[in-house]
Design a protein around this ligand. Sequence first.
Ligand SMILES: Nc1ncnc2c1ncn2[C@@H]1O[C@H](COP(=O)(O)OP(=O)(O)OP(=O)(O)O)[C@@H](O)[C@H]1O
Ligand SMILES: [Mg+2]
Length: 395
Amino acid sequence: MRILLFSGKGGVGKTSVAAATGLQLSRLGYSTLVMSVDPAHSLADAFDLETSLFQEKTSEPFPIDDHLSIQEVNIQKEIKRHWREISTYVVSVLRTTGISDVEAEELAILPGMEELSAMMYVNQFRREQKYDVIVLDCAPTAESMRFVSMPTTLEWYMKHIFPFQRGLLKAVRPVANRISPMELPNDSYFANIQYLFARLDGIAELLEDPKTTSVRLVTNPEKMVLRETQRAFVYFSLHGLTIDSIIVNRVLPEAVTDTWFDQWRASQAKILDEIEEYFAPVPMKRVPLFTHEVLGRERLEELADVLYKDKDDPAAVTRTEAPFTFEKRNAHYEVRVRLPFAVKGELGLFKKGDELVVEIGTLRRHIGLPTSMSALTPTRATLQNRILIVEMKEA
Ligand SMILES: Nc1ncnc2c1ncn2[C@@H]1O[C@H](COP(=O)(O)OP(=O)(O)OP(=O)(O)O)[C@@H](O)[C@H]1O
Ligand SMILES: [Mg+2]
């Protein structure tokens, strides 16, 4: 199974591009699901679906044609299915602060629940081998970063904090519940977390395997948008995901000759050059600004025709180099982290337990070390041709 993840700044065209990609895959005969991971769903709107028709079936995949389905994860339904224990506890805590039930229920939707729910579906569909390709239409960059960092963060939590918390609470609950102003979570809360965690088992490996998952960044030829695209690039790379193309949407077409757009054209040309230079060798695709919104199947197909010529296969695996590797040299071991371009900002490096922590500016990544290397300490880090080389030796 292939997972294609479309991410980018708000409003750049992620949903349109993801939907068009779904149509192309369907035309090629792949059994395809386009899933919206954005709480502010607009996937059904892109297909111009009758909302009432769609909403009845919401949260489940909805067939568009023989090969293509779409799905918008509905968080209210998901809470009933998976998150009951957790949200019940959060609601009970919030109630003690005097917040009304309705508000408490609203607030108990914790950040990240949508992403986690979507990830559980992906994992379930993988196990059932239900689709050849799952296209993920993500929320703007910040949330999609949360989506990909969630499995490793959770793994860390389950390993380091969870057993401790659960054990401690078992011991103190009988006393604490009598004196504490709020109720401590009971054991079913923890059982629920454990159950949810089990449902995510294997997803981190899936996201980090370039033969399965490819990230495609959608951007516009504007400076502000480009900056965010660059940050996203570093972040996804640090998390071990492979970015295999950049899609620049809303490029002014040649046909526009009105002098009103002269400055736009000049600045777009400059940014397009910059994009090409920054992200090389990752290929870039250009999509023109159309004369209309991309709404409905016909318009989406028109976009698919621009993105993919004839039988261009969006599911093809074109980049397989892992963003980081571990190697044994003569006297030491090496961790090599591929950075997409010369990164500016403070570079921090330290060891924490059996993990190597790399910090670039405000971004941070925990890289789990193989057992053979976990007792080593980093001694030197150098940046060579966009590759960060960390030497590890016995202390
Ligand atoms: N090349 C284009 N030419 C004209 N209109 C476009 C183009 N690409 C996208 N649009 C329109 O721009 C709007 C925003 O696009 P879209 O919803 O795909 O962006 P998004 O990145 O998914 O936004 P959000 O961050 O809100 O999810 C839509 O109305 C879409 O039809
Ligand atoms: Mg969208």
